[in-house]
Design a protein around this ligand. Structure first.
Ligand SMILES: N[C@@H]1[C@@H](O)[C@H](O)[C@@H](COP(=O)(O)O)O[C@@H]1O
Length: 240
């Protein structure tokens, strides 16, 4: 794993955006895996600024998001579809039809999971996957204990994840308790991974990730087995 240490959230966001922009310029039809949560918001803002200033184009880019809450429609402001439209897609020249996110408002989630996995395969998989990390080590919504063999599947969210995500909702009761997520094996298939980590609340997670033990009780630890991982982490996340 290649670790880039940065001062703070702002620098992490700039460096991550620069990394993505370079890839998009090299490969205009890049298949880009995207994440939600607070961590990548600044990165997306930098992509938008660059698009407006330097005209980097996303016309031929395909994006695949990691996950979506079950029970929220795309127009719900807490759905990840809304988040992505609002924080990135509406402000760059990507074609909406080229942005894929699992649907959490369907009727048959098993079919949705299978179709999402097929979709990833049909397009030849992800070239560059952006990842955040939960404080319990989850990646996407793969909670501790998830099989490393897992493909896109339905998950019950851990209480700590529900609590952490409650800040985006009006009340605890509104936070969905289930989600659809790309599995660990789906994530590991991506050719390259860029993990973004910022803030004190991620310090323990970083420590566990870097101590090298690979265990299903800490999902992100599998990244130690991936041949091409870059971590951009700020000082607060690394200070241990
Ligand atoms: N499903 C998302 C993850 O993809 C994200 O990495 C994690 C961390 O979020 P944050 O970046 O807000 O700390 O939260 C959510 O659970």
């Amino acid at each position: 794993m290649n670790i880039i240490t940065v001062k703070d959230y702002a620098e992490m966001s700039q460096k991550a955006a620069a990394y993505i922009i370079e890839k998009v310029r090299q490969t205009p039809s890049l298949r880009l895996g995207l994440a939600t949560g607070g961590t990548p918001v600044g990165t997306y803002q930098n992509l938008i600024n660059d698009h407006q200033k330097n005209n980097t184009t996303y016309r031929d880019v395909l994006t695949f998001n990691l996950d979506e809450y079950i029970g929220l429609t795309g127009d719900n402001k807490n759905s990840y579809r809304f988040f992505m439209d609002d924080n990135l897609f509406n402000h760059i020249d990507i074609k909406k039809n080229n942005t894929f996110i699992p649907r959490g408002d369907g009727e048959n989630f098993e079919t949705e999971c299978r179709e999402y996995e097929d979709l990833l395969a049909k397009h030849g998989g992800v070239d560059l996957q952006i990842l955040g990390i939960g404080s319990n080590g989850h990646i996407g919504f793969n909670e501790p204990g998830t099989s490393f063999e897992s493909k896109t599947h339905v998950v019950n969210l851990a209480p700590s994840t529900i609590e952490a995500n409650a800040r985006f909702f009006n009340s605890m009761e509104e936070v969905p308790t289930q989600a659809i997520t790309m599995g660990i094996s789906s994530i590991m298939k991506s050719k390259e991974i860029l993990l973004l980590v910022s803030g004190e609340s991620k310090r323990d997670a970083m420590k566990k990730l870097l101590n090298g033990e690979v265990t299903e009780s800490f999902p992100a630890s599998i990244l130690n087995n991936h041949p091409s991982v870059t971590i951009i982490a700020d000082q607060a996340a690394l200070s241990d």
